[in-house]
Design a protein. Structure first.
Length: 144
């Protein structure tokens, strides 16, 4: 029995990239302007006779709450990577207002292209480990 099962790195990296690429969409749904945390603004419709919120308002409120929770989960995972270079790479590639191209990032970090892509892969795997308790990790089935 091993404490750390073997990970399918390629699939785990794909899962992490997919999740990080969702970040701008979650920001739009959450109404997050310029990356700042803002309180969701709810519009009120006239109350109905049975005094319950209308379905569109209810759905909007739920989507904003879900989007904010997702933003926090992504930001928490990136913010808790141990290596500051890994945090910076993921932030600049996926989370900033105008994501940078790979060559911009590795030139800014004074890294070679090969070193950058190696660090990016490690950062994505680490992100997958931290994000919501590792739900993005894909384990290789034990064939015993």
């Amino acid at each position: 029995m091993t404490f750390f099962p073997e990970i399918d790195e390629k699939q785990t990296i794909r899962n992490a990239k997919r999740k990080l690429k969702e970040y701008p969409r979650w920001r739009r749904i959450a109404g997050d302007v310029d990356g700042q945390k803002v309180t969701a603004t709810y519009s009120f419709e006239p109350r109905q006779s049975h005094s319950t919120p209308s379905r569109p308002v209810e759905r909007l409120a739920i989507s904003k709450v879900d989007a904010l929770a997702e933003l926090e989960a992504i930001e928490y995972a990136v913010g808790h990577l141990l290596d500051p270079y890994h945090r910076r790479i993921l932030y600049e590639k996926f989370l900033c207002n105008r994501p940078k191209y790979d060559f911009e990032i590795y030139h800014g970090l004074f890294m070679s292209e090969g070193s950058y892509y190696h660090a990016l892969s490690i950062a994505l795997i680490e992100f997958a480990e931290v994000y919501r308790g590792g739900v993005l990790l894909v384990e290789i089935a034990d064939e015993t």
